[in-house]
Design a protein around this ligand. Sequence first.
Ligand code: ADP
Length: 660
Amino acid sequence: MLIEIKDLRKTYAMGDNLVKALQGVSLKIGAGEFVAIMGPSGSGKSTLMHVLGLLDTPDSGSYKLLGEEVSKLSENKLAELRRSTIGFVFQQFNLLTRTSALENVALPLIYGHSSARAADPRQLLEQVGLGSRLDHKPNELSGGQQQRVAIARSLVHNPHILFADEPTGNLDSKSQGEIMHIFKTLNEQGITIVLVTHEVEIAEYAKRVIKMRDGAVVSDIEKPSNKSVSRSIAVPENHALRGSAGPDKFSFRDSLSEFFQHFKQAWRSLAANKVRTGLSMLGILIGVGSVIAMLALGTGAKESLEKQLSSMGSNLLAVRPGSSRSGGVALQSGDVTRFTMEDARQMRSDIPNVVRTSPSVSGRGQIVFGNKNWNTQVQGTSPDYAPMRASVPDLGRFFSETENTQRSRVAVVGRTIVREVFNGKSPIGEMIKINKVNFQVIGVLPEKGANTFRDQDDLVIVPVETAMKRLFGKEYVDNIDVEVVDQQSMESVQEQIKQLVIRSHRLPPSQQDSFQIRNMADIQSALSETSKTMTWLLGSIAFVSLMVGGIGIMNIMLVSVTERTREIGLRKAVGATQNDILSQFLIEAVVVSVAGGVCGIVLGCGISFVLSSVAGWTTAVSAQSVLVSVLFSLAVGVGFGLWPARKAAALHPIDALRYE
Ligand code: ADP
């Protein structure tokens, strides 16, 4: 027996009222039958059909389909039966809007990889007389034509049984005739047909008429003339149940093509709501864009810092007047130990492990060359400055010790000066005025780039003796840089310098902190700590914006699930499993977030390009940050898409189909 039901009961709770839709229905339907279920409205016909079509579950009673008890089957098994054994035709057609007739018919083929028995959708449409309407969308078809598309769809997996719930209820009488003719032909081809109708003319087509009232069968009449025909058809082999009772054989190719199908479906529904898709992408786009841009800024800052640190030279100590403990508070002149050129010489000659020393003074200077006027920083140093601070000129030369002691008026200029004062031309040999004193340019400093505070190339270096005596009128140097032979000796040298200064300046204990010795390595590590903190800070801001973007996607997905509840119901009715629905919605979320992510990467690169070319900041987009962004947006898609997708997947087919 194809269908065998015993004592089926179903009760709906309507507020306080209990509506007994089915009150103990028992029936048997054999293969090849053509059954019409009739009865007044509210008699339980549709409820019975939904139970038979595996769209709904009864409260109690037994339903055996092809000899198997349905209530014992798993959700996936039920989906497979809906797909392969059963075809369902609804009164409202339930076609996907904005989707062509052909694609509507092919919809069930997306689900289920056992397509061996599948029919050709094109042929089916031709069979129902719509061969010339393949590309028409439902809104371009009449009611009768839409129902024919729906019938073709129900036939695509070559089902054994066709359930039709008032299939002609919404149609005019001409279409009614055409539809019924199709059913009759199908039945003659061996398909069992069970249809609900309340019209006597429709029931005329059937070979057996079951009448219901108040949830129970009141009469069951078989037309004698057809009896022999119906009995002559053999029960179909129940391979749908037995054939794949074990776990599904699932090859990689199948899953790939299934993924592609889901992707296509997801893409289609995203494309159907372009504005909404765009808006939900925007969140991720901005998030990823800011991640990229901020990380680029952070990395750029770090790189320029590193460059700067290396240009500072290594193993350097800086000796300066003033207390390290007094912070920004100015000390009285008596409390400050001032240094002379002699101090620098002494440090070099008296302390082992000191390689070089470079005393320096600095101040502002007005440069005049031709009609150009430029205010810049002027630094007086000794010749040792060049190798110590990575400042060996790449054009021309640095000044010599002789030039220093002779207070020669020679200058080495930075790149910015070359650009601004000399229009980019080589300045070697040119005469310039610095604070009204004539100098000859003898070299150009290597480019160091700008840091956060100032342009390091906006600088003129002159011999320290010249600067002190001819330019600034200073007797003391501002600081002394000391290069130590290696990192290990830094601390001992620092201590020795301290003792030397105390000795040579005869400092009493109360004034022993009237000067400070700073270790560049400390400064370097402090600076790189700062840049790390900055990167973290920027990164976390970007992270928050990504989260916000993700929540945006979740929001839209939830709306989309609610809005497409009926569509989900239909997909389940034609055989989609929970996993199918889950995949489809998940893919949608991931496509949105990854597409947003990719656009965000472009945006982020754009922003950092603009920042570096317009604002002059150093930025560096790292491959790492791009990879992290892609992975992150993927994770956001999966993370925030999962809940809506699960919500969609968990919907019960009939509840989803009834959703208004
Ligand atoms: P028919 O198809 O014969 O018109 P139905 O099977 O649709 O009858 O309905 C049988 C009874 O169950 C009706 O009284 C109807 O109001 C009730 N009913 C059907 N579906 C629901 C539902 N989802 N919730 C509450 N009551 C329902």
